[in-house]
Design a protein around this ligand. Structure first.
Ligand code: ADP
Ligand code: MG
Length: 574
């Protein structure tokens, strides 16, 4: 639906047109008319779907021309988001001089914000903490409030703003419109909705319209401990114009920032421990292109809207599927294409990635890490292309210059060309680091034929009868984690607190690696080589009753005689 088809004032239409918006996004087409009716609304929609306009446009249209004080309050989780939303609202209301938006957030001068409010602000966009501050000081009066909007409500709760939000909702006039936007709907959000909204109308955006569909997604399997090196190769190989790297911890953000900047990359880190002034400084440098790699944690980067990010790297696989969507949503904004690369460093993560891919209903393809020779060749072919394409616009004096070098300096034409190429990319090529990043071994079963006594080993899985585990759960989990056929596994015994499985000796390490830390019937398990003696086991057997053998066809072979210890439990390969 086009903006023209929505019932908007001429002033807004003109502003929106100037911003280059033609088609309304789905959330906009649905929310704007509904909010205009005065209804309370819940909008469930992901990052990058255009929520600011979805609530911002009806909000500015609701502002009266009389001086009634603050009529709309918009709460956002971070200073950046508040500033961003306020800027966008200023653009929408460019031709409505009676609309006066103002942003209030922590870490900035209180007096200036008070001045801004006093100057007749009628839309306040702010973080819950600072809004509370102003309310307490009575520098922000909300007795004429007509509309309150909670933007990224789930994230505000994650950041610990629940109490502030509830106090604010308690204190604003009862007769008001309450709008809530959230990417996820956890119970805490439903509770707020139930308590503070009246007959809310739900707008849910169909997953198939999500921005992730315009993003190419890949993963690399990197031996653990080599991710820093791999990251350097990736930046060198893809040369993204503007990219973000996501890490799970602040520490990792700091470490990676330090390493990459020491290697000459133009990077900066962004995380929650940084002062607001530092964060703005970093964001400004990133937006202006002075740095082109921003390394961030999820919370610090939430909702940041920088256009033109072409690549997102997940240095760490995010702990939550929704985080992955938010992360990769930093690229491919407003229908543009983008690429997301995820570094994976153990089997367990491949398993998680497969689940993630199912969850987002998009393919995440495996890719080979570029090698140094690829990077070099790529750079060379770029230079060759540049030389060839520049041949179309020769300068007048080139021939003269060349002749003077040829004759006066006595160099050959070939030598001159060599110098030029060296001048152009020599330093860059010499700076490409030398790493041996070993290829991760792919699983191919070394086990052929029947599982015999001599060729089998026994693993122990930390879930048993007390976790309501049955042999078929274990077998299912093994097949899923290893990709090996069910017939590769032998006898499965279930004890009270643990279970044991006979597995092919040749694949023992792989199986332990793949299974460790996965879930069996909902329980996260540890997996190791079974080192129990048969005596200890038979004691348990008698205590906890019979064990079951899920394989009817024999293949028994009591390998509990094995002393074990040959294979250490390893967290990851490489
Ligand atoms: P969200 O809050 O859902 O993450 P934003 O409101 O920040 O999304 O919008 C994301 C980007 O898309 C912004 O740069 C915004 O200017 C742009 N945008 C929003 N709506 C449209 C539209 N209808 N057409 C083109 N661009 C849009
Ligand atoms: Mg937003």
């Amino acid at each position: 639906m086009e903006f023209k088809e929505l019932a908007l004032t001429d002033e807004v239409l003109r502003a929106v047109e100037e911003m280059g918006f033609v088609e309304a996004t789905e959330i906009q087409a649905k929310s704007i008319p509904l909010i205009q009716t005065g209804a309370d609304v819940i909008g469930k929609s992901n990052t990058g779907t255009g929520k600011t306009a979805a609530f911002g446009i009806p909000a500015i249209e609701s502002i009266s021309r009389e001086k009634n004080g603050v009529e709309v309050l918009i709460l956002c989780p971070t200073r950046e988001l508040a500033m961003q939303a306020c800027e966008e609202i200023k653009k929408f209301s460019k031709y409505m001089n009676w609309v006066k938006p103002c942003a209030v957030y922590g870490g900035a001068n209180m007096e200036r914000q008070i001045m801004d409010i006093k100057r007749g602000a009628n839309i306040v966009v702010g973080t819950p903490g600072r809004v509370m501050d102003h309310m307490r000081r009575r520098t922000l009066k909300l007795q004429n409030l007509k509309m309150i909007i909670l933007d990224e409500a789930d994230e505000m709760l994650n950041m610990g703003f629940r109490e502030d939000i509830e106090s604010i909702l308690e204190e604003v006039p009862e007769e008001r419109q309450t709008i809530l936007f959230s990417a996820t709907m956890p119970p805490a959000i439903m509770a707020i909705t139930n308590q503070y909204q009246k007959d809310p109308q739900l707008i849910k955006i169909d997953q198939k319209y999500r921005t992730v569909d315009t993003i190419e997604q890949y993963y690399f399997e990197i031996p653990s401990g080599m991710k820093m090196e791999a990251m350097q190769y990736l930046l060198l190989a893809y040369e993204p114009k503007a990219s973000m790297i996501f890490c799970n911890t602040k520490k990792m953000v700091d470490d990676l920032t330090e390493i990459l900047s020491s290697k000459g990359f133009k990077v900066a880190g962004l995380h929650g421990d940084m002062k607001q002034s530092q964060r703005s400084y970093v964001m400004d440098k990133f937006k202006s292109g002075k740095i082109n790699v921003l390394i961030a944690t999820d919370v610090a980067a939430r909702g940041i809207d920088v256009s033109g990010i072409d690549v997102v790297f997940n240095f760490d696989l995010p702990q939550d599927n929704e985080y992955y969507i938010h992360r990769i949503g930093r690229t491919g904004r407003a229908g543009k294409s983008g690429t997301a690369y995820t570094l994976i460093s153990n089997r367990k993560q491949i398993y998680d990635l497969k689940a993630l891919s199912k969850y987002i209903k998009a393919e995440i393809k495996e890719k080979e890490l570029p090698e140094k020779t690829d990077i070099v060749n790529n750079k060379i072919s770029k230079v060759v292309n540049k030389i060839i394409s520049s041949s179309q616009q020769p300068l007048r004096d080139e021939t003269e210059i060349i002749f003077s070098i040829l004759t006066a300096e006595g160099y050959s034409a070939e030598e001159i060309a060599k110098f030029l190429i060296n001048l152009r990319i020599g330093k860059e090529l010499r700076n490409i680091p030398e790493f041996e990043i070993p290829k991760v071994k792919k699983y191919t079963s070394k086990n052929t034929g029947k599982l015999t006594k001599a060729k089998s080993a026994k693993i122990e899985i930390s879930a048993g009868k007390s976790n309501r585990i049955a042999p078929n759960f274990i077998l299912g989990a093994l097949v899923e984690a290893t990709g090996m056929p069910g017939k590769s596994f032998g006898k499965i015994e279930i004890f009270d607190k643990y279970s044991t499985v006979e597995v092919p000796q040749a694949d023992l390490e792989f199986i332990i690696d793949a299974m460790d830390n996965t879930k069996v019937n909902g329980k996260r398990v540890t997996v190791k080589l079974c080192e129990r003696k048969s005596a200890e086991k038979s004691k348990e057997k008698s205590r906890f009753g019979r064990t079951r053998d899920h394989h009817e066809g024999g293949r028994r072979g009591d390998s509990s005689r094995r002393k074990g210890g040959a294979v250490k439990k390893r967290k990851s390969r490489g």
